[in-house]
Design a binder for this molecule. Structure first.
Ligand SMILES: [Zn+2]
Length: 74
């Protein structure tokens, strides 16, 4: 089966919305912003191309490693 070109709704590692598609020699993985950053080095080491589809929101700025997911503003 050929996966559709559209970005799936969910990260492969958690229930968050997927924002990055990692194109690997053996397939594709999808990550939220958090997991994309968490696995970026390993993915690149495997030869992945990280893409942010136009229909996905931009990645948030990098935060300190001590910061957890920021609380919702407001
Ligand atoms: Zn995730």
């Amino acid at each position: 089966m050929t996966p559709p070109e559209t970005l799936p709704e969910r990260c492969d590692r958690c229930p968050a919305t997927a924002r990055v598609r990692a194109e690997l020699p053996f397939g594709e993985l999808h990550f939220c912003a958090h997991h994309a950053r968490a696995h970026e080095d390993r993915l690149r080491a495997m030869g992945a191309r990280l893409r942010t589809p136009a229909n996905a929101p931009p990645l948030p700025p990098v935060r300190s490693r001590r910061d957890r997911e920021p609380a919702a503003p407001g």
